[in-house]
Structures are given as structure tokens and as C-alpha cells.
Design a protein around this ligand. Structure first.
Ligand SMILES: Nc1ncnc2c1ncn2[C@@H]1O[C@H](COP(=O)(O)OP(=O)(O)OP(=O)(O)O)[C@@H](O)[C@H]1O
Length: 275
């Protein structure tokens, strides 16, 4: 198995990308002047692909995700979802955040939390319950429908957040360090779950993580960010196939090689002079 690379954040894909980021720059006005955080980011996420973003701490990953999900406007450049300009949170994009405890409504049962976005869409009750039950079963939570989030472990709560996104059937799923606050064993389980549901639902996923192993294990491509002002330093193709498992995939020499490459790029980025 060999890893091939593309020099910028743009894949050599003929079809229209699900998410397309073009020349995206973002600066903040601070008391000490204008602070340039992102500079000329180009990145494509092809339909059905899983792209992970890694970068040094404070590189601007959260800022980038806010721009992608329409929660913030870039200073320059644009984001397109299936060819349409993102200038507000798009209905066909779902976001799963790190902090599951704040993303679930404690007064709603698991199934009501899962069905909430469908309810807001005006979907008939029978259909939204059916979709939500199927999504909960896909994340291994069948039988937990009438429990409340506070009765579940952290890992189970994050599964509910994933089920809610699956039930919604978005065109793209954006995940912001979703497994950062669960223990290592649960994290490994959730990573495997993501690979399963991604296959089953043919999801297009953009996944931000601090964890290099996680990025290489999950991604079809890993976009490595530079230090601030942040650009896509390199987009690395991960040719490890779609059937992956923690034991076998992480033992492959190709995995170790990719991991070392990403680590080296991040270490170099940390040493770059900061703006
Ligand atoms: N509203 C804001 N006003 C001014 N500066 C901001 C604002 N939001 C973020 N920043 C600055 O922009 C830079 C990037 O922040 P951001 O949170 O996007 O990075 P990150 O890569 O997600 O960070 P981390 O690795 O800690 O998760 C930081 O230096 C931060 O202080």
C-alpha cells in the first residue's frame, strides 16, 4: 500500500465536491490590532469521503469550522456546500461538537433528542420516530430510547449526538474534536463506530482532531494545517482501504509511515514563526 499526496488542499476529483473551501481567510480585530488567523485556505471534500483536519494548537481549527458551518463569515474567500455559497448555517449540514453534555437537552429522552432536528423540519411523528430508532440502533443504542442523557455515560451521550446527525441525513457531517472528552477505550469504540456508520450511510465527513492516530485511522485524506496564519500545509491521501480496525490497521507499516509524516509536518508547523 502506498500513500500519494496532493500538494494543496484541493483533490484531483472530477465531481462537484460536497464541501468546497476557496481562498478562505479570517482575521479578528483585537485590542492589540488585527489578528490574521486563517490565510487562503483551499480544501475540497468529495462526496462520500472522510477528510480529517489536524494542526498545531491554536492554529484556527475552530475558526475554520465556524466558517464552514456558516456560524461565522470569512474575511475573504468563501465556502460552498454542493455548489451553494454558505452564508448562514445550511440546513443540509450537521455539526457534532466535542461537548456532548451541552449539545443534548437534559429534559428530553434519548429518542426525543435524536428526533429534535426532524421535528423542527416538520417531519410527521411516525417517520421521525422510525428514522430516529434506526439511527439509534446503528450506533448501538437500541433499547435506550426512553432514557435521559444524564442516565448515560459520556460515550453513550456522544453516540446519541451522532445518532441525531445520522437521523437527520445531512449532505455533510462536520465534527469538531467529537471524542476529545471521553476515555481512551470509549474513544477507540467511537472511532470504529464512525467508520461503520460512515460506510452504512455513505456519509461525507469533515472531522477536526488534535489526535494524529485518529486522523490517519479515520481519514481518506488528512489536511495538515500550518501555524498561524494558518494554511493547508499538505493534503495527504490515506490509502489504507475502507475496512480498518484498530489492531490490524494501526500495525501496518503504511500506517506508521503516514503517522510519522503528519507528526513531522505538525512539528515543523509549530516551529514556524507566528504572525
Ligand atoms: N473571537 C475572537 N477574537 C479574537 N481572537 C480570536 C477569537 N476567536 C479565536 N481567536 C484567536 O484565533 C486563534 C485561533 O483560535 P481557534 O480557537 O480557532 O484555534 P484552534 O486551532 O481551534 O485552537 P485549539 O487547538 O486550542 O482547539 C487563537 O489565537 C485565538 O486566540
Amino acid at each position: 500500500m502506498s500513500a500519494t499526496e496532493t500538494p494543496a488542499g484541493v483533490s484531483a476529483v472530477a465531481e462537484q465536491p460536497t464541501i468546497s473551501i476557496r481562498g478562505l481567510s479570517k482575521s479578528y480585530d483585537t485590542p492589540s490590532g488585527r489578528k490574521q488567523v486563517l490565510e487562503g485556505i483551499d480544501l475540497d471534500v468529495a462526496p462520500g469521503s472522510f477528510v480529517c483536519i489536524v494542526g498545531p494548537s491554536g492554529a484556527g481549527k475552530t475558526t475554520l469550522l465556524r466558517c464552514i458551518s456558516g456560524l461565522m463569515q470569512p474575511t475573504e474567500g468563501a465556502v460552498y456546500l454542493e455548489g451553494e455559497l454558505v452564508d448562514r448555517p445550511p440546513a443540509k449540514l450537521a455539526v457534532v461538537f466535542q461537548d456532548y453534555s451541552r449539545s443534548l437537552m437534559p429534559w428530553l429522552t434519548v429518542i426525543s433528542n435524536t428526533a429534535l432536528p426532524l421535528r423542527s423540519q416538520g417531519m410527521p411523528k411516525a417517520e421521525r420516530l422510525e428514522r430516529s430508532r434506526a439511527a439509534l440502533a446503528a450506533v448501538g443504542l437500541a433499547g435506550n430510547e426512553s432514557r435521559y442523557p444524564w442516565q448515560l455515560s459520556g460515550g453513550m451521550q456522544q453516540r446519541v449526538a451522532i445518532a441525531r446527525a445520522l437521523a437527520y441525513q445531512p449532505d455533510a457531517l462536520v465534527m469538531d474534536e467529537p471524542f476529545a472528552s471521553v476515555d481512551a477505550q470509549t474513544r477507540a469504540e467511537l472511532e470504529s463506530l464512525m467508520l461503520e456508520v460512515r460506510k452504512e450511510f455513505n456519509m461525507t465527513v469533515l472531522f477536526v482532531t488534535h489526535d494524529i492516530d485518529e486522523a490517519v485511522y479515520l481519514g481518506d485524506e488528512v489536511a495538515v494545517l500550518s501555524g498561524a496564519p494558518t494554511r493547508v500545509r499538505k493534503l495527504i491521501r490515506v490509502d489504507l482501504g475502507r475496512d480498518r480496525s484498530h489492531l490490524t490497521t494501526k500495525s501496518l507499516p503504511a500506517f506508521a509511515k503516514l503517522r510519522a509524516e503528519v507528526l513531522q509536518l505538525i512539528q515543523e508547523a509549530r516551529k514556524e514563526p507566528q504572525a
